[in-house]
Design a binder for this molecule. Structure first.
Ligand code: BES
Ligand code: MN
Ligand code: ZN
Length: 485
């Protein structure tokens, strides 16, 4: 008996009851054999060559059939894109049935079911909370037919959980800064912590002042919204290791007194994408990494220019005592991360990974779909790169050149937040962060580009992407003690 899993997305009971659209996988090179009874001249005229994720709707015996290209070598890996393509191509349809077995040559059936389901659900994401009428035309229901067995069922369950976490991150990123204030974000974090069995501690402004988080306070100074520091924890008995996650949570970045031009502010409600990714990963930890102790530190503030905003030239004293001369109030991310990284070090984490929409320069260097990775630990880099490839999040390793360190020396404080060099802004930002991690293994992901997208493609939807959730989840799921750097 094949196991049939129903992936219900945006359920619309009226629409679901129809007959399911059939999906048939077609391998490149055997189009005629895989699509029997279909007019081959028609396929040729439509340019259908069965490249991965290529789709075409054709007339079958019992009604329409969606053909989807599988490429040459039919393994689990391309199934995420295949799933996404199916969701897009059948968005006018109430119910689609996808037979994973039929799509796969051999081998990794759970893997294929997992990737396919992730693709289906992630590509069907829509953010229409603010619309009077939903413009969500996505697929109402998908049935993944994947053959029996607990491993397949577990894989589909894992995919649904992952997709839900990514959707949480996307929702947060897409919510405007006027609504997603630091307090509102902290409330979401508290709710998630309750739901998923995490410890949650929220520092308000008074507690942040008491704890001497001078970077966070300095950035918050121009705002009428209080800052928050959210700490989430998951701690099993006898943990296999302790990883700390840190996420930049600037709920809106106007630039402060070093104000951005209006066009550059358009996406700045997304400047908390690192924080969103970290919160989302934490919701997965109890399931994907139940043997790990994981602590998350999420500093939250907007960056505004009220009458008492931090002035250019002001000097802030951060959590670990280092002082920073603020020479550009728009380089605010590193100021709030400095405090959060110092807290993670104090708590004795074996490794720290921070995620931040930190520099526009990273998009100049790598384009808008690839994150920059900087680290003081080679094995940690190798693990993150390996995981990112597996989950399909593009990450590129960048250096932290020693000679740029001097460009963040200040005349009057320990550090300046703006490099004296016009070059390598992503790298000098990382060198700045490095000052706050001591000798703990640390990796920094600059997600300024891939945290949001101007277009929908593959499993990515326009707006917040939830980038980083899947890589961090994978990293934690396969964690083992790191060797000395
Ligand atoms: N949040 C921005 C970085 C950013 C830019 C993210 C574009 C996504 C898209 C960050 O706070 C910032 O403003 N960085 C400055 C740094 C500069 C002042 C050293 C930048 O990139 O221009
Ligand atoms: Mn900024
Ligand atoms: Zn910013």
């Amino acid at each position: 008996m094949p196991l049939t899993i129903t992936v219900d997305h945006a359920p619309n009971p009226a629409a679901v009851d129809g007959q399911a659209l059939e999906v048939r996988g077609v391998r490149a090179g055997s189009v005629a054999a895989d699509a029997p009874g279909v007019d081959q001249a028609l396929l040729a005229a439509a340019g259908f060559t069965a490249k991965v994720a290529q789709t075409v709707m054709v007339a079958g015996e019992g009604g329409p059939v969606l053909l989807v290209g599988l490429g040459e070598d039919v393994s689990a890996a391309p199934m995420r894109r295949v799933g996404a393509a199916i969701a897009r191509a059948s968005s006018a349809v109430a119910h689609v049935a996808v037979d994973v077995l039929g799509l796969l040559d051999s081998g990794d059936r759970p893997g294929a079911a997992r990737e396919l389901t992730e693709g289906l659900v992630l590509a069907s994401y829509a953010f229409d909370r603010y619309k009077e009428r939903s413009t969500d035309i996505s697929l109402a229901r998908a049935t993944v037919v994947a053959g029996g067995g607990k491993r397949v069922a577990d894989a589909i369950g894992a995919a649904l959980r992952t997709a839900e976490a990514v959707a949480l991150a996307r929702d947060l990123v897409n919510t405007p800064g006027g609504d997603l204030t630091p307090r509102a974000f902290a409330d979401v974090a508290k709710k998630s912590a309750d739901q998923f069995g995490l410890g949650c501690e929220v520092l308000d402004k008074k507690a942040i002042t008491r704890e001497k988080l001078g970077g966070l306070l300095g950035v918050n100074r121009g705002s009428s919204q209080e800052p928050r520091l959210v700490k989430l924890t998951f701690e099993p008995d006898k943990p296999r290791g302790h990883v700390a996650l840190v996420g930049k949570g600037v709920t809106f970045d106007s630039g402060g007194l070093s104000i951005k031009p209006s066009a550059s502010m358009e996406w700045m409600k997304t400047d908390m994408a690192g924080a969103a990714a970290v919160l989302a990963v934490m919701t997965l930890v109890p399931k994907v990494a139940p043997k790990m102790k994981v602590s998350a530190y999420i500093p939250l503030t907007d960056n505004m220019l009220g009458p008492d905003a931090t002035r250019v030239g002001d000097i802030l004293t951060t959590r670990n005592g280092k002082t920073v001369e603020v020479l550009n109030t728009d380089a605010e991310g590193r100021l709030i991360l400095a405090d959060a990284l110092a807290l993670a070090v104090e708590d004795g984490a074996d490794a720290i990974v921070d995620v931040a929409t930190l520099t526009g320069a990273c998009m100049v260097a790598l384009g808008d779909r690839t994150a920059g990775l900087m680290s003081n630990h080679g094995e940690l880099v190798a693990r993150i790169m390996r995981t990112s490839e597996e989950v399909g999040e593009a990450i590129w390793h960048l250096p932290m050149p020693e000679h740029l360190r001097a460009t963040i020396d200040s005349e009057v404080a320990d550090l300046r937040n703006l490099s004296t060099s016009p070059y390598g802004g992503t790298l000098s930002a990382a060198l700045f962060l490095k000052e706050f991690v001591g000798d703990v293994a640390w990796a920094h992901l600059d997600i300024a580009g891939p945290s949001n997208s101007t277009a929908s493609y593959d499993e990515v939807t326009r707006g917040g992407t939830g980038f980083g959730v899947r890589t961090l989840a994978g990293l934690l799921a396969t964690w083992s003690k790191l060797p000395k750097a």
